[in-house]
Design a protein around this ligand. Sequence first.
Ligand code: MN
Length: 279
Amino acid sequence: MKFGVYLGLWDNKILENSIAEYIFKTVSSIGYDDIEIPLNEPKNIDIQIVKKLSKKFNINVTTSVALPLKANFMSENEKEREYANEFMKNCIKIANSIGSSVLGGVIYSPWGGTNIVKTTQTFDFLIEGLKDVSKYAKNLGVRLCIEPVNRFESNVINTADEGLSLIEKIGSDNIFLLLDTFHMNIEEKNIVSTIKQVDKQIGHFHTCENDRGVPGTGHIPWKDIINALKEVKYENYLVFEAFKAPETLKSASIWRPNELTHDAIDSSKESLKFLKSLM
Ligand SMILES: [Mn+2]
């Protein structure tokens, strides 16, 4: 397993070379293999800067996205379905350009939308939409990962079971699940059994404490989780997803950032040290 850390601990954009260089340099010197870049606002990411710094500091890049309000594969309004399709294809293109082989997140309906209409027809729209974008992603070498999120952030996919059933209906070999310990702690009966059940379909993994703080400071059963991931031979990234940059706090409902991650460098060091100690 390899280790990544989320850009949101420092910033929500990569537009200015010296700030971005500081972040890449820091992440690399702490000992991370990867930095995860959100594509929620594609105009916030300068592709050339990411490519240059990723190469300079020998840091892999993974990408995640949470679809915006009007990008809705499940909408009864065709324009919103088309927008979801275009938005995702653009993110896939960016992921490919910056060398990310994975794009995960709330890729099925708008993030924060808990009143999405769920009928046989709207699920059919979703299946068709994800079938199309997964084919597009496969051609560009980007695997897509559906992230089940908690009930306050979506009413569409909350559990791994729901995610797996959607993947089965899409019938693509390029769609996996992104499991996140923060969300699993709220929605799954048992995190360890969920990991074993999803098995080879785990495409990406977010490590967050139960309160979105630093792994090892709360009640997530980390040792059992790492053992389960080893058992299913998960070999990709564990990304410490935390939010500290002021622009990222409201959307993730982080109201006590100084308590959860008192300092971006110290918190990411602590997380890495703790998780590595369990390997
Ligand atoms: Mn996550």
